[in-house]
Write a protein that binds this ligand. Structure first.
Ligand SMILES: Cc1cc2nc3c(=O)[nH]c(=O)nc-3n(C[C@H](O)[C@H](O)[C@H](O)COP(=O)(O)OP(=O)(O)OC[C@H]3O[C@@H](n4cnc5c(N)ncnc54)[C@H](O)[C@@H]3O)c2cc1C
Length: 440
């Protein structure tokens, strides 16, 4: 008897985790992706050190998901960071906790993990169809564009894990939103998350400072508590881990007020009174830059930032200067374009889904990963939620298919039918895999 055919569309971490869950449950899993190979964004994430998760308490971990916590909590509790580490270990990939609590694979790269994962999926019988761009439905069938032309498949259930709408060159272009909008699925507009911002630098500052890091500062915005870290001056403005951590409140403030202010403390370990006293000492023959270096320890880009943001009369006044070193206001113009963001907010609204992550309007179609409407800071929270929702949606498919005897039926009111073919006519060839995967 041929096993029930389940289609997983989108082969990023969420889709691959769903495929693993479904294959382990005994289903005939076929994975489709528009790109020539799986997990391209995942591989890119590994270029700068693959941050899989975070080792803080689960309560603190869950808080990082803000408003989306209630909708993600069950999936993450069912696959918490410890389970993620055990899963990676099962693939032969040891993980470690960095000094900041972040969890990385040994070697920091994504490729070894992806290679081992893909091999495991193949052992479980998962088949892959690369260069298959999902276009929606034609009647009951899933419709794909391929280099050889259009093709379609019937599936008992479908799991969409199509990613967000950034880094489109890696496959996550968000074009699927139009397809789902045509099916009247409720979607939240895409918004950049974990992104850089534009600042109107002077030509002088840009030429001198673009590409330089600003290290060990504290930054705050719009009532958000100050955070310590580093960021980078860019041609257009600012980016880097500290900015990504504040990108949601900065973005929201810009949407609300048209502009946002980032308040920087350039010397977070120095008290303002002491700084004032030091800067008030006579300068003698020292240049301003030397005075700042000797009295306050400020050099390089930090000094340039003061020149960029403050008028000369403030720079000359020790008390005012000390105040601004501790509270330097940087006007932020706008987020960088959506495609540059590390991740995107928006996508399929949770109110369009039931608790198993199935689209209420299209029974048998489940969604997982970044395509759902949630956001979180970098720090492993993105990948953990993608893997956890991939697993949860996979379990949702298993539950749904098991509850409908013999085949996937259509609950009353559903308008899309996915036919299971548990007993195909004798001699029906198994669906072949359409492309071999290149090693990541
Ligand atoms: C530079 C960078 C660094 C990052 N670093 C980290 C990090 O260290 N830690 C962390 O937690 N997160 C990180 N992220 C974010 C993380 O990579 C993503 O959140 C995660 O990959 C999303 O997983 P996903 O499976 O939901 O979607 P994706 O990984 O985006 O996969 C979606 C898949 O769907 C396919 N697809 C889309 N549309 C179609 C279609 N119509 N038909 C067929 N296939 C389609 C795409 O080709 C793609 O393969 C980083 C992101 C970037 C860009």
């Amino acid at each position: 008897m041929q096993k029930i055919f389940v289609a997983v569309i989108g082969c990023g971490p969420a889709g691959l985790m769903a495929a693993e869950t479904l294959a382990r449950a005994g289903f005939n899993v076929h994975c489709f992706d528009a790109m020539p190979s799986v997990g391209r964004k995942f591989l890119m994430a590994g270029k700068s050190g693959l941050n899989l998760s975070h080792a803080e308490t689960l309560e603190n971990f869950l808080q990082r998901y803000g408003d989306a916590r209630p909708r993600l909590e069950a999936a993450i509790r069912a696959f918490p960071p410890d389970d993620l580490r055990a899963w990676a270990a099962g693939l032969g990939i040891a993980t470690f906790v960095g000094s900041s609590g972040r969890i990385f694979p040994e070697g920091m790269k994504a490729a070894p993990l992806l290679r081992a994962w893909r091999a495991r999926l193949r052992e479980l019988g998962v088949r892959f169809h690369m260069r298959h761009r999902w276009q929606g439905w034609q009647g009951e069938q899933l419709l794909f564009d391929t280099p050889e032309g259009k093709c379609s498949f019937n599936a008992a259930a479908v799991l969409l894990a199509l990613g967000g709408a950034s880094w489109s060159k890696l496959g996550s272009d968000g074009a699927w939103a139009q397809t789902l909008a045509e099916e009247a699925i409720l979607l939240a507009p895409f918004r950049p998350a974990n992104c850089g911002f534009d600042v109107d630098w002077s030509d002088h500052f840009r030429a001198r400072c673009a590409g330089f890091p600003v290290k060990t500062v504290s930054a705050a915005c719009a009532g958000f508590p100050p955070r310590r870290g580093d960021f980078v001056i860019t041609e257009h403005g600012i980016e880097g881990s500290l900015i990504y951590a504040l990108s949601a409140p900065l973005r929201d403030a810009i949407e609300r007020d048209g502009v946002a202010k980032l308040t920087l403390d350039l010397l977070p370990d120095v008290a303002q009174e002491g700084l004032n006293a030091e800067l008030s000492r006579p300068r003698g023959r020292d240049s301003f830059a030397n005075h700042l270096r000797r009295r306050a320890g400020l050099t390089g880009v930090k000094t340039q930032l003061l020149h960029e943001c403050l008028p000369p009369e403030v720079l000359r006044d020790a008390a005012q200067l000390a105040t601004h070193i501790k509270h330097l206001e940087l006007p932020i113009q706008r987020p960088r374009p959506l495609d540059e963001a590390l991740s995107t907010a928006g996508g399929v609204s949770f109110s369009a889904l039931n608790e198993s992550l199935m689209l209420q309007q299209i029974p048998g179609v489940f969604c997982a990963g970044e395509m759902l409407d949630w956001e979180a800071p970098t720090g492993g929270y993105l990948l953990t939620a993608c893997l956890a929702t991939g697993r949860a949606a996979g379990m949702g498919v298993v539950g749904w298919l098991c509850q409908v005897p013999g085949s996937a039926g259509v609950p009353a009111g559903g308008f899309k039918i996915f036919r299971a073919e548990p007993n195909p006519p004798a001699g029906t060839p198994a669906l072949p895999e359409t492309a071999n995967l290149a090693d990541p």
